[in-house]
Write a protein that binds this ligand. Structure first.
Ligand SMILES: Cc1cc2nc3c(=O)[nH]c(=O)nc-3n(C[C@H](O)[C@H](O)[C@H](O)COP(=O)(O)OP(=O)(O)OC[C@H]3O[C@@H](n4cnc5c(N)ncnc54)[C@H](O)[C@@H]3O)c2cc1C
Length: 315
């Protein structure tokens, strides 16, 4: 969870019931004890006490304001494609953005998308309009809000280099428009300016776009997508690269050299296709995945003298 800047209280069952009632009054659907494994590409993770499905930014404002006034925090979930959730689940309600897909606007040299829109759909929309700006994201799963929150990147591009601004709701329910120059973009991470109180929720993403040749754009994204499918276990249950690339090396090459492909703990196995991917092929638990991660860290340290750092987010 994004750390809160203010003291946080524990969620009680009374507070959860109040939030559920409040959500109903503002038209936000919710589900009790929702297993997070249903919402993560890894297929791993216990329940959250309440999952909320806002459709519009104003609803996120109301939810964050309600929680902030009580010094309570919610988590936020996009496509769940970069998450490893513990078997016991989480104690906080989870705001699921995947129904926040409605708003898309093209304004001269920018395209503005709702945060829950799958990145692939945003890419298709820009290409269909003959606009370049997101082609680097070919094959990137998850939502655009999740991509921004983790500065996702591939094929030489990343969110830092294509974003013009983000609309962000902060932990007090204040809506901010933050220009890219005021955002702390780093390798696979994003920091907000001090005025945005944590936990923060991206509700819209504005991407810079330029006119391009629709056919050439389509050809290049299809080519990149095919290359991704050839290199990574795209159809299998996984959550992308497990480790960040260490200075000057690819984590997958380090693990390959350490003989890690095919290593297994319970239902979790290192992909034969790409050693930086762990695949859930037999009903893995989070404990299995973490056991395997520990073995990979030890193998990289022993054989290559490298300390690998996780890229996947842990809840
Ligand atoms: C097969 C495969 C290939 C992948 N390839 C790549 C790759 O090439 N490059 C790359 O960078 N990643 C890659 N990933 C990882 C992942 O797809 C991306 O990081 C993706 O952008 C995450 O988006 P999401 O919506 O799934 O985020 P989630 O997994 O839902 O969330 C990830 C984190 O972001 C936070 N978050 C999500 N939405 C918001 C929001 N709206 N506001 C604030 N915080 C939010 C969550 O709280 C969580 O901490 C890959 C994953 C898979 C499964």
């Amino acid at each position: 969870m994004t750390t809160a800047d203010h003291t946080t209280e524990r969620w009680t069952s009374a507070a959860l019931a109040d939030l559920e009632r409040m959500a109903e009054t503002i038209g936000v659907a919710s589900r009790h004890l929702e297993p997070l494994r249903r919402h993560t590409s890894f297929g791993v993770g216990g329940p959250c006490p309440l999952m909320l499905f806002p459709e519009r930014p104003e609803q996120v404002v109301d939810l964050a304001q309600w929680a902030g006034q009580r010094a309570l925090c919610c988590r936020i979930l996009g496509g769940g494609t970069n998450l490893l959730v513990g078997d016991a689940g989480v104690a906080e309600p989870v705001i699921n953005t995947t129904r926040m897909t409605l708003e898309t606007r093209f304004e001269r040299d920018r395209a503005v998308f709702a945060a829950g829109l799958p990145t692939a759909r945003a890419l298709h929309k820009t290409v269909a309009a003959g606009l370049d700006g997101l082609v680097w994201a070919a094959g990137l799963p998850g939502t655009l809000g999740g991509a921004a929150a983790g500065n996702a990147g591939c094929w030489g591009g990343d969110m830092a280099s294509c974003t013009e601004y983000l609309d962000v709701v902060d932990g007090r329910g204040q809506l901010h428009r933050v220009a890219t120059a005021d955002l702390g973009w780093e390798y696979r991470s994003l920091a907000m300016p001090r005025s945005v109180i944590s936990p923060w929720f991206v509700v819209a993403v504005a991407v810079r776009v330029q006119e391009g040749d629709p056919l050439a754009l389509r050809t290049s994204y299809e080519e990149l997508q095919t290359r991704k499918r050839d290199k990574q276990p795209v159809g299998a249950r996984n959550s992308g690269c497990v480790f960040r690339n260490p200075e000057g090396r690819a984590a997958g090459a380090v693990l390959d050299a350490a003989g890690c492909k095919g290593m297994r703990v319970g239902g979790a196995v290192v992909s034969e296709q790409h050693a930086n991917f762990i695949v859930n092929d037999r009903g893995a638990t989070c404990e299995d995945v973490e056991g395997l991660i520990d073995q990979l860290v030890a193998a990289a340290r022993r054989t290559e003298g490298i300390d690998l750092q996780p890229e996947v987010r842990r809840w």
